[in-house]
Ligand binder design. Structure first.
Ligand code: TXA
Ligand code: MG
Length: 315
């Protein structure tokens, strides 16, 4: 059930039940992070393998240290610059964090979302909320309450409606290795902005061989309809126009029916494109097309994270 009753969401979470929560990045499937049964339920509802750890959400940067052994200076600078916001920190965890949350790994992923409704929710709770994106494992993340309802509505007691996500891409996951920042997942904070904190930042987001490593499995965010990246839409045979979809940054493909096209941002604004990406992928996926063709965006700003998602979604 979708609703906007924060009090109800608080009560359910206190009872150990799950609530889908809005964040500025994507909607999360939330549960009490310190309650093993609630956490196990998250994995069950998402059909997520236990080797893929969860992010915990707290209401304030000050709350982070309650769950960690230390807070290296570089990561503290990231927190000061971008939290609350679309960034997640990997920090050495203390023993308050259940093993299930981190899949047994020594570090825990922590995020302070900026969405006002979820900040209010978190401030009323005495525990952090574990929340992966509220989609079945491997599918596209939800960016509005209805997306959650469509797929998990029958399995989640309450979906807290916070409108459309203002960022629309998952958080950037950043940790530290050998004294330098390491990005494990490109996301809502562009790498260039983190480079201002550490010019030698490392980007390491591929983990085909080791799915338990941060940064995730290669195939992810995938629609049911096959997606293919092409350099030029002119390569699509015109005979196919009626049965294909198109995702493009700013330009339409003349001849392809309009509703089969998703133009991410006519004015070539990366933020707008990010907001529209998952919504567009889901909409096209619902049209029963034979193939969705995609053009990558320029490799800059949020275009980098958007392209990462498109590549992972493509066959
Ligand atoms: O924007 C977001 O981060 C959203 C919202 C709901 O907060 N959450 C999200 O969660 O995207 P999820 O579970 O869909 O993706 C989290 C990723 C996973 O791929 C996981 O591998 C990685 O973070 N991760 C979580 N905890 C980790 C840990 N302790 N060590 C390494 N990677 C971790
Ligand atoms: Mg996810």
């Amino acid at each position: 059930m979708i609703g906007s009753d924060i009090h109800r969401a608080v009560e359910l979470l206190r009872e150990g039940q799950l609530v889908a929560i809005p964040t500025e990045t994507v909607y999360g499937l939330g549960g009490n992070a310190l309650d093993q049964i609630a956490v196990a339920e998250i994995f069950r509802v998402k059909e997520r393998p236990f080797f893929d750890p969860l992010i915990i959400h707290v209401s304030d940067v000050q709350d982070i240290s309650a769950f960690t052994l230390d807070f290296p200076d570089l990561l503290r600078q990231v927190a000061d610059a971008f939290m609350p916001g679309p960034v997640t920190l990997l920090l050495d965890r203390n023993d308050k964090i259940p093993d299930l949350i981190t899949s047994g790994l020594p570090q825990v992923a922590i995020r302070v979302p900026s969405h006002p409704i979820t900040r209010e929710l978190l401030s009323q709770l005495s525990f952090p909320v574990a929340a992966p994106s509220a989609n079945p494992f491997g599918y596209i993340s939800p960016t509005c309450a209805q997306h959650v309802e469509d797929q998990l509505g029958a399995k989640v007691p309450y979906i807290l409606d916070g409108g459309d996500c203002s960022v629309g891409l998952e958080s950037t996951i950043v940790g530290i290795e050998k004294g330098h920042l390491v990005v494990y997942r490109k996301g809502g904070i562009a790498v260039e902005r983190l480079r201002e904190i550490d010019k030698d930042i490392v980007v390491r987001t591929h983990s085909d061989s080791n799915p338990s490593a941060p940064g995730m499995l290669k195939s992810h965010y995938a629609p049911s309809c096959p997606m293919r990246i092409i350099d030029q839409f002119s390569l699509i045979p015109e005979d196919d126009y009626n049965e294909i979809g198109v995702i493009s940054f700013s330009e339409a493909v003349s001849g392809v029916p309009e509703h089969q096209q998703c133009i991410l941002s006519p004015s070539r604004d990366f933020n707008e494109a990010a907001r529209n990406l998952f919504k567009g992928m889901r909409r096209l996926d619902g049209l029963d097309l034979r193939m969705i063709y995609v053009n990558l965006l320029p490799e800059e700003d949020l275009g980098i994270a958007i392209n990462d998602r498109l590549r992972r979604a493509a066959v």
